[in-house]
Design a protein. Structure first.
Ligand SMILES: [Mg+2]
Ligand SMILES: [Zn+2]
Length: 199
């Protein structure tokens, strides 16, 4: 199974220091939802791993978070795309949980749910803690230069901040293009009629 794990805020949607508390405040980064749909069409399943400490801080409730994700799923469906699952940490930093990134709890949950070897799974995010959480359990780290990393565009990545094998991409659309181009082209079915080969 081909699985990609994405951060949410700053990777799929425009981030806010005031937190994303309502569906109205959830606005996709241009091209990000289309990128997820392209990944889906190339056979990739997509899961989200997201810190949502605004829950633990009492800034919004689970009903609001569900409504936000409802908007995301609906906008994606219009484009023919789909996120299979959203895993989130609802805790505030002082609760000492195991699922708040940079700890890998969400990634372990996703690995169990999907039954995949996490070493085959790319993780995409805009902060070091996204990538550290994934790299801790063996995922391949990919930084998108949107959200908190937008200031790093046209600059070398600072050393010692991101996992050693981190690759940087302009945005989620550029990551999707890279991943799809990297995948080997499907082999033609032996004996298929020529008009079937390229499907
Ligand atoms: Mg983020
Ligand atoms: Zn947590």
């Amino acid at each position: 199974m081909k699985l990609v794990i994405l951060d949410r805020d700053g990777t799929i949607n425009v981030d806010s220091d005031e937190y994303i508390k309502t569906p109205e405040e959830w606005v996709p980064i241009p091209g990000a939802l289309e990128a997820i749909a392209r990944l889906n069409h190339a056979g990739w399943h997509v899961a989200i791993a997201s810190n949502q400490s605004g829950l633990g801080r009492g800034l919004f409730d689970v009903a609001s978070l569900n409504a936000i994700h409802g908007k995301m799923h609906k906008m994606l469906a219009v484009l023919g795309g789909r996120v299979d699952a959203v895993f989130y940490c609802p805790h505030s930093p002082d609760e000492g949980c195991q699922c708040r990134k940079p700890l890998p709890g969400l990634f372990e949950q996703i690995g169990e749910r999907f039954g995949v070897d996490l070493k085959t799974v790319p993780v995409v995010g805009d902060t070091a803690r996204d990538l550290v959480a994934g790299a801790t359990v063996g995922c391949q780290p990919h930084l998108v230069l949107t959200g908190k990393a937008e200031a790093l565009r046209d600059k070398p990545l600072p050393s010692g901040v991101y996992p050693d094998n981190t690759m940087a991409h302009k945005d989620l659309a550029a990551f999707a293009d890279w991943l799809i181009a990297r995948a080997p082209a499907p082999r033609p079915v032996v004996g298929a009629a020529p008009e079937d080969v390229a499907r």
